[in-house]
Design a protein around this ligand. Structure first.
Ligand code: FE2
Length: 419
């Protein structure tokens, strides 16, 4: 007897039943003969491991327009606007907004979330609030927190001490923002400090790195060098690296060789960077994205994040991870059949590598029963249709259900599938 059976799911074009017992996936077979305490039909839709958000800011979410809108649309007006909003931050305020977005995540099948949390605040208000939210929602969403010095690790008063305090309080990952330090030397030094703290507190690293169109912003090479020296590889993540899209090809070629040696992870945020970057250009106007396709072709692990949902940097958003995947297909020209499929992997399996959770992630017998049903035939179709996640199973129980849209035209049902 299974606790739950999801019948008639589609996995790699095969019809499958998924049996769940004791919070784990106990069977995946064309047809499970036994009964389940609860049975649900997937109606032929695709089963998938859950979506993963590998880069979001839960402390800034749902503040767009407070106290003002970011009219220039630049990263820098975003940072200035956030500094104003931060002055009125309270624990309840952060908890309420973060909880709201995490519930949207869970409802849409996003069951693992890595969030940056600003540590450049003498009171560490957001850190305290998000640690509490991580605990409160742990049965619904698995949250990792990154100590992120938004206004500079070495350029903000007591930046290092505040970040260390956040680590001691239980924040999971060391962050940095080298391109926003006051000088290039401070930027390079901040990378070394982040690596030192990561060793001291035994934490992974995820730095906002080179989030600018300035081709002279070259802190990625500092991160790669430290990762190679210390043999840290998969424990290191470079987020954004948009300047990589502006480097000349000679330097980019040399750097790519170092990155292959370093084997660090990358997170691109195509929705936000296609809008934030390129703002100082007239025409031709750069896309402001890192070299997603080339990193992927070179065998490096790339995942995609949303970055912001309704905050000073991006006023739109719902947290649905198919949206950054869809944008990556376009903005990174990942339009080949295998490339579109790869964009789906970038919000699922690749993101699991970024978060270091591969061992407990995946739609396979023996894994935790965390999976989703998507109203699509395959990964390609899911991105094409920005398909709804109709069923979310977390820890062996159904936590969310969505009724897929049904359309009629002149009284006749319309299907958006190809056949
Ligand atoms: Fe970010």
């Amino acid at each position: 007897m299974y606790d739950l059976i999801v019948r008639r799911a589609r996995i790699a074009d095969e019809r499958c039943d998924i049996g769940v017992q004791g919070g784990r996936i106990a069977a995946i077979a064309p047809e499970i003969p036994e009964a389940g305490a609860r049975e649900v039909s997937a109606e032929g839709r695709m089963a998938s491991a859950p979506f993963i958000e590998s880069h979001i800011h839960l402390d800034t979410t749902l503040t767009a327009g407070e106290p003002k809108w970011n009219e220039s649309g630049t990263l820098f007006e975003g940072i200035e606007t956030w500094a104003l909003r931060k002055a009125s931050l309270t624990r309840e305020d952060v908890m309420r907004r973060a909880t709201r977005l995490l519930r949207w995540h869970a409802a849409q099948g996003v069951l693992h979330v890595r969030s940056h949390v600003d540590t450049t605040d003498p009171n560490l208000t957001a850190v305290k609030a998000l640690l509490e939210v991580r605990e409160t929602l742990k049965d619904l969403v698995d949250v990792q927190l990154v100590a992120f010095p938004q206004e500079g690790l070495l350029s903000y008063p007591n930046g290092v001490e505040l970040l260390e305090e956040a680590l001691r309080m239980g924040v999971d990952v060391v962050g940095a923002i080298p391109h926003y330090e006051l000088t290039r030397d401070l930027g390079a030094e901040s990378v070394k400090v982040a690596f030192r703290l990561a060793a001291q507190y035994d934490r992974p690293i995820d730095a906002h790195c080179d989030e600018t169109d300035d081709p002279q912003s070259r802190f990625l090479e500092e991160m790669a060098a430290e990762a190679i020296r210390q043999g840290l590889g998969s424990r290191v993540t470079a987020s954004h690296t948009t300047a990589f899209g502006s480097y000349d090809d000679a330097y980019a070629f040399k750097l790519m060789g170092f990155l292959r040696r370093a084997q660090i992870n990358f997170v691109a945020n195509p929705l936000v960077n296609i809008t934030l970057q390129g703002r100082m250009d007239t025409y031709p106007k750069r896309r402001g994205l890192t070299r997603v396709k080339e990193l992927w072709q070179n065998g490096l692990n790339v995942s995609l994040g949303y970055d912001d949902v309704m905050d000073p940097w991006y006023s739109l958003g719902t947290g649905n991870m198919l949206q950054p995947a869809h944008m990556a297909v376009h903005a990174c020209q990942m339009t080949g059949r295998s490339e579109v499929m790869a964009c789906y992997d970038m919000v699922t399996t690749n993101a699991a590598r970024t978060l270091g959770i591969e061992e407990r992630y995946g739609l396979a017998v023996g894994q935790p029963a965390d999976f989703i049903i998507v109203d699509a035939e395959d990964k390609w179709d899911a991105i094409r249709r920005l398909a709804a996640t109709t069923l979310v199973v977390k820890g062996g129980r159904v936590v969310a259900e969505t009724t897929a849209a049904r359309t009629t035209l002149l009284g006749e049902a319309v299907s958006f599938s190809r056949e």
